[in-house]
Design a protein around this ligand. Structure first.
Ligand SMILES: C[S@@+](CC[C@H](N)C(=O)[O-])C[C@H]1O[C@@H](n2cnc3c(N)ncnc32)[C@H](O)[C@@H]1O
Length: 324
């Protein structure tokens, strides 16, 4: 593989956009921006808490890196940029050869199979499933949120897998006459939940997870059109059926309602989500930080009693069961 040449320019936050645009105008193959102070004492956090605005719009000083096919193009680009009247505070950090990479393989190598339970795994299409996996969801990273790598998604899937397993064991242990008549709405030995609502479905990962655990009639809804397309595609790739659409698609009561969004929208959605939970049914909420547990409890208290039932990396899973 041949080398590319990288021009690295250091500039102030205010100049990042004009420098990046100018590099694209002069035919850079790619432009990226990094923190010039990364790993130094001057480094500052750029991200706020989930749902909160970022403390700053950009880094104090940035390195704008542009790739060119050969060294003369990179040098010429540097000369052109430095000649502009707005470039007084821009300087060249380096022009150097970078080995061209197999970008597809590099991206793929960053997504490994994710273990949800010892038996249930999320596996990208280019990977073999681990030998111990008895239930496999095939999912590749895409535009919509939900690859199984985020703790909030993993906790929801873990809840689905463990409760479906428990329901299966109960119904296998139950007598033929009692199997279809349980008060939690489980309709028979092969059905964990006869209806599921996945509210804020993203990639469709939770609805697909429920379908792979023998749930039927799954409504997966989202406000983002990219999520709707992605959920449909991912369901098809897994050979399961989801009824995917905008939130208006949700109708009536469900034995399982699951929503992994964020604390603020979840508080606003409290009356709506609770109204969808069937008698004896479960409500599962994620996207909540540990310190937000009390505010969520209070928001849902008029309808359901939420408890913390799982915790991972500072995120909690909150669940409630409506009395039968
Ligand atoms: C954190 S992602 C979760 C995706 C997936 N369910 C998972 O567990 O990985 C939250 C999703 O909720 C959607 N969303 C946000 N607010 C919403 C609302 N008010 N109604 C429906 N969906 C919403 C977003 O578009 C996004 O796809």
């Amino acid at each position: 593989m041949s080398n590319l040449f990288e021009l690295a320019l250091v500039c102030r936050e205010a100049d990042v956009e004009i420098v990046s645009d100018a590099l694209m105008e002069i035919d850079a193959l790619a432009v990226s921006v990094e923190d010039a102070d990364a790993d130094t004492e001057a480094e500052r956090a750029l991200f706020g808490e989930p749902g909160m605005p970022a403390p700053k719009a950009g880094w104090e000083r940035s390195v704008v890196k542009a790739l060119f096919p050969a060294e003369p193009e990179a040098t010429e680009a540097a000369t052109l940029i430095l000649a502009q009247d707005w470039a007084a505070d821009v300087h060249v950090q380096a022009i150097q050869a970078v080995p061209e990479q197999d970008w597809v393989r590099l991206t793929q190598s960053q997504f490994a199979p994710v273990e949800i339970t010892p038996a249930f795994w999320i596996v990208p299409s280019w990977h073999e499933a681990p030998p111990q996996a008895r239930c496999v969801m095939r999912l590749d990273p895409g535009l919509a949120f939900g690859t199984g790598t985020h703790p909030t998604t993993r906790m929801c899937l873990r809840w689905i897998a463990t409760h479906a397993e428990a329901a299966k064991s109960r119904s296998q242990g139950a007598s033929p006459t009692s199997a279809g008549g349980s008060s939690n709405g489980h309709g028979g030995s092969n059905v964990s939940w006869p209806r599921v609502l996945d509210y804020g479905c993203g990639s469709g990962i939770l609805g697909i997870g429920a379908a792979l655990h023998d749930a039927k009639s799954i409504d997966a809804v989202d406000i983002d059109p990219a999520a709707i397309t992605s959920s449909r595609d991912n369901a098809a790739a897994n050979g399961v059926t989801l009824n995917v659409g905008l939130p208006e698609l949700a109708r009536g009561e469900y034995p399982l309602v699951i929503a992994n969004i964020l604390a603020s929208p979840l508080k606003l959605l409290a009356p709506l989500l609770c109204a969808h939970v069937a008698p004896g049914g479960h409500l599962i909420l994620a996207g909540i930080l540990q310190r937000q547990a009390d505010e969520l409890k209070a928001a849902y208290a008029p309808w359901l009693t939420l408890d913390v039932s799982d915790l991972e990396d500072g995120w909690i899973l909150m669940t409630a069961q409506r009395p039968a």
